[in-house]
Design a protein around this ligand. Structure first.
Ligand SMILES: NC(=O)c1ccc[n+]([C@@H]2O[C@H](COP(=O)([O-])OP(=O)(O)OC[C@H]3O[C@@H](n4cnc5c(N)ncnc54)[C@H](O)[C@@H]3O)[C@@H](O)[C@H]2O)c1
Length: 414
């Protein structure tokens, strides 16, 4: 497909779904009425979300949509009796559904996001909010035009450590913050590529609605490996930036109340997972923010020693948030957040350990569906973290530092 045709297609695809401007009214929920939910995309994450919802007593899982019937059997093992649909639009047609959980692959999020709002449903959409900056803009506008409750699956926004970090920064004990360093590292056994899923025998062109999966991408014939391993290809994914950095950049942007980055640079490559994937496994991102803040994020898939974390570096103190790192004393992994004063500017001040318990992100959405309050990871957080993530990937793909204005002007390419 030529560049122009591709661009036309993207415009039409998204414009088609965004065409519904008059949102139907939501069902009015009685105080004792259970919230009725449906899901689009019941794969690996979708099934985790089904289990999360199952634990919430005032919510009921009614229907699931997927383009591979195997997922119906899997969903029924979690929620016996759940209704199943091959076409997600049939789910959106159901008048008595209050909210929809979207856990489809990244390149279809925007379509499912826009159509869910257009159908008048509240929305829980997995991260990253969209595959491109243009789509992020459209979803943000659509959410602002509607009165629907939108929660993005950035669950660390409901975490206790974020509340602790915000409090310490708000209290002024960190001082002027000029740099945040963050990292995320993993490893896998030799010969087993990170993320790679084997293809089961029922993953065939007869069983899978390949056209629906492509969502307008050029069709080079059914490819079961790509269908299952969409994370490895730019056409469907943003790689580890949209899989993992997005969680941390959202967390950092919320903690420091940062606007969009002014520029981004990303180096790295496919250095350890030479299995034909397009998205890099070794990454170093630098993001400049207005008001003198630099955020760095580093990641590898071939060393897991330091797990995942953030260091917020201030003139008066340091916030250290680490998760899944090897604890050298006990050998156990854990998440913790601590504050350490800078002796030169806060002599004699005490170190602190965060104590705020982590909230239930799913329950927060369902609660907000009743109260109509803003959830912990609203569309603005989804938007800002998506734009930051796409800026990093655009810089990598264009092999140069990219500004926000330049990134916004880039037409998405397959
Ligand atoms: N928040 C988190 O911590 C977290 C963790 C893992 C994954 N995720 C996100 O969840 C999403 C799904 O990831 P996954 O690993 O579950 O992928 P997956 O491939 O296992 O599942 C996606 C499902 O969507 C279905 N699907 C594809 N196209 C569809 C369409 N047009 N209509 C309906 N269903 C369709 C597929 O058949 C599949 O069952 C991704 O955006 C990923 O980033 C979030």
């Amino acid at each position: 497909m030529s560049g122009n045709t591709r661009r036309d297609f993207i415009k039409k695809a998204v414009a088609g779904t965004a065409a519904f401007l008059a949102y139907p009214p939501a069902r009015v929920l009685g105080a004792n009425q259970r919230v009725r939910l449906a899901m689009i995309g019941a794969g690996s994450r979708g099934q985790e979300l089904l289990r999360q919802v199952r634990e919430i007593s005032d919510a009921e899982l009614v229907a699931v949509s997927d383009i591979w019937p195997r997922r119906f059997d899997e969903a029924k093992q979690i929620v016996p009796g759940i209704q199943t649909f091959a076409d997600y639009r049939r789910v959106l047609d159901m008048k008595d559904i209050d909210g929809v959980l979207v856990a489809s692959p990244l390149h279809i999020h925007a379509r499912h996001f826009l159509d869910t709002l257009a159908a008048g449903k509240d929305l829980y959409s997995e991260k990253t909010m969209t595959w491109s900056i243009a789509e992020a803009e459209q979803c943000l506008q659509a959410a602002k035009r509607s009165d629907r409750v939108v929660q993005i699956g950035l669950q660390h926004e409901s975490g206790g450590p974020l509340a602790d970090a915000k409090k310490w920064i708000g209290d002024g004990i960190v001082g002027k913050i000029t740099h945040v360093e963050s990292w995320m590292s993993r490893n896998s056994p030799h010969g087993k590529g990170q993320w790679v899923r084997p293809v089961p025998s029922d993953c065939t062109s007869q069983n899978v609605d390949w056209k629906a999966f492509l969502n307008g991408r050029p069709d080079t014939g059914f490819d079961a490996f790509k269908f299952l391993n969409w994370r490895l290809y730019w056409m469907f994914s943003g790689g580890n930036i949209t899989e993992n950095m997005v969680h941390q950049i959202a967390w950092i942007m919320t903690a420091l109340d940062l606007p969009l980055p002014s520029s981004a640079y990303m180096s790295g490559g496919v250095f350890s997972e030479k299995d034909g994937r397009q998205v890099p496994d070794t990454i170093a991102v630098t993001m400049d923010f207005p008001n003198d803040v630099v955020v760095t994020w580093q990641s590898t898939f071939s060393n897991s020693r330091y797990g995942l974390g953030e260091h917020i570096l201030g003139s008066d103190g340091t916030i250290e948030h680490v998760a899944a790192a090897n604890d050298m004393v006990t050998g156990k992994s854990e998440e913790r957040i601590q504050y350490f004063p800078e002796e030169v500017n806060r002599p004699g001040a005490a170190a602190l350990t965060g104590q705020t318990p982590t909230g239930n992100h799913m329950a927060n959405w369902i609660d907000c569906m009743r109260t109509r309050k803003t959830p912990n990871a609203p569309v603005e957080v989804g938007y800002r973290s998506a734009v930051a993530a796409h800026m990093a990937n655009l810089a990598y793909r264009q092999k140069r530092r990219i500004t926000l204005e330049e990134a916004k002007a880039v037409q998405p390419e397959f």
